[in-house]
Design a protein around this ligand. Sequence first.
Ligand SMILES: Cc1ncc(COP(=O)(O)O)c(C=O)c1O
Length: 399
Amino acid sequence: MIKITKRISEIQYAIRDIVSAAKEYEKEGHRITYLSIGDPGKYGYDIPNHIKKAMIRAIKENINFYVDSEGIGNLRSAIADYENEKSGINLVEEDTLVTSGVSEGILFTFAGMLENNDEILLPGPSYPPYSSYAKFFGATPVEYKLDEEKAWQPDIDDIRKKINEKTRLILIISPNNPTGSIYNEKQIKEIINIAGEYEIPIMSDEIYDVLSYEEKVVNPASLTNDVPIIGLNGFSKAFFMTGWRLGYLYYHDPLEKIKDLSQNIARMARIRLCVNGPAQLAATAALKGDKNYLYDFRKGIEKKADFLYKRLNDIPLISAVKPKGAFYIFPKIDLNDYWKDDKEFTLDFLKEEKVLFVYGSGFGEKFGKNHVRIVFLADYKTLDDAMNKLEHFIYKKIK
Ligand SMILES: Cc1ncc(COP(=O)(O)O)c(C=O)c1O
């Protein structure tokens, strides 16, 4: 066998890795209920028509060539306007960079910030690619605690305890995947103060920032002018454009402390030529167009959050905190001696009931273990059936 790198052989991504187990059952003729992937399009949420039309128009008008590596000017200025309006800041087109999804923004930022043996402080639990990419660059992802007892709020003392001279970035994801929790203004200010003391930037994943249903999301850029903020956002979740792979980075950096970073990320962007051009015109239409559909979407997911929260807490061995945003709930499983760990629980449930969750330790060994993540974008009947199956599965075990 030809030798491959250790770097690539060690990559793990629980959300997609677990799907291969489900595919095996499908091959045997079983129907699987997937409550594992955070993709609105897979559950019938359709991209609004004005966005689709803009994509089709771009293709018909032959905007099918390579476009600017940093993104089409109109989209970049629309992004700046959109962020300025949300956070009362002063971005210009040059403070933005269009990426193939937030995923590429993570890759670019880490490529620019992380060397061997550096550390990044990230929420535990959190979206897995952050720790996978950090390791890919030889750095160590260090989980800071989101406190389940306090509705998964960030534990600021834990951040203080874990930060040191090797720390290069502090990551905030609010609303968070997988917990649906939101950092409040005071907590964000405290994190900004810590980042300021250590003179490091904050990386802020805001992909769910317009999908909160309980409290307003405060983005860190609105609270500081001297700690640099690298913001990441995109069109997958609130605009349902997952498959079109479109996102962006923005730099809120009035004192130009990360100018070197942004300029060099732009150079890195050139080596991958550009991001899908027609999708960028569609994204421009998305930002400039009507966003009223979001109101119904938020109301809908809020009700589903409520529904699952109640159902889950009525099932023995399971307890859940109610999410405040996004479309994930992260219940704790009292494994007892029935299952060795959360992965075994997830696979056993899949085998017995043919419903797929993601095991919690995939979101962070320390703070994710003994949990599962459930995506609640499916319709009520599907969610209700899945809860009945979970109930049946647990009662069978404990009887
Ligand atoms: C917190 C978070 N960031 C980023 C992403 C990926 O976004 P994109 O589709 O823009 O790459 C996800 C997807 O689930 C996510 O949950």
